[in-house]
Design a protein around this ligand. Structure first.
Ligand code: IDP
Ligand code: MG
Length: 152
């Protein structure tokens, strides 16, 4: 199987922040070979979220998404690793927490009743590039690790 080093964009969403799962979620990623290339806390911004979720603006649930995503500041960042985009999406699980595969982040930490799913991950390499440029317009906010070893 071919593997490629990629970058993907992630958000730890307010429901997971409120429940105190930021560290645990980042730890799952690190244990699976995704290293943190950028990380910051961003204050609630309807404008940024509307750009981020532009494809959802006409959906009936868009206001709910905005209300959820502006409840707290967001923890946002970039993971780098082999097949980072699909790896992180697999770790997240299905969009709907009630359908998320057992053991996935959205199954473990999401709230199925409220359709709050704990974390975001880019769905494709193209989407990752767009989202990284949106949330991290300055490349000087990135950590460049010359010799990534990974956890023992
Ligand atoms: P994804 O986050 O798995 O890529 P998308 O379809 O891109 O899923 O939707 C973006 C976000 O919008 C979801 O993560 C979820 O927070 C919210 N969302 C998607 N579908 C629904 C829905 O049917 N009801 C409520 N919220 C939804
Ligand atoms: Mg999506």
């Amino acid at each position: 199987m071919t593997s490629t080093k990629e970058e993907t964009f992630f958000i730890i969403k307010p429901d997971a922040i409120e429940k105190g799962y930021v560290g645990e979620i980042l730890s799952i990623a690190e244990k699976h070979g995704l290293h943190i290339k950028a990380l910051k806390v961003v204050p609630p911004s309807t404008e940024l979220l509307s750009l981020h979720y532009f494809e959802l603006i006409k959906k009936p649930f868009f206001n709910e998404v905005l209300a959820h995503m502006t409840r707290t500041s967001l923890v946002v960042g970039v993971f780098e690793g082999e097949n980072a985009v699909s790896k992180w999406r697999t770790l997240l699980g299905h969009t709907d927490p009630s359908k998320a595969e057992a053991g996935t982040i959205r199954a473990k930490y999401g709230d199925a009743e409220k359709f709050e799913n704990a974390a975001h991950g880019s769905a494709s390499i193209e989407e990752a590039k767009r989202e990284i440029a949106l949330w991290f317009p300055s490349s000087s906010d990135m950590i460049n690790i010359a010799n990534y070893v990974g956890p023992n």
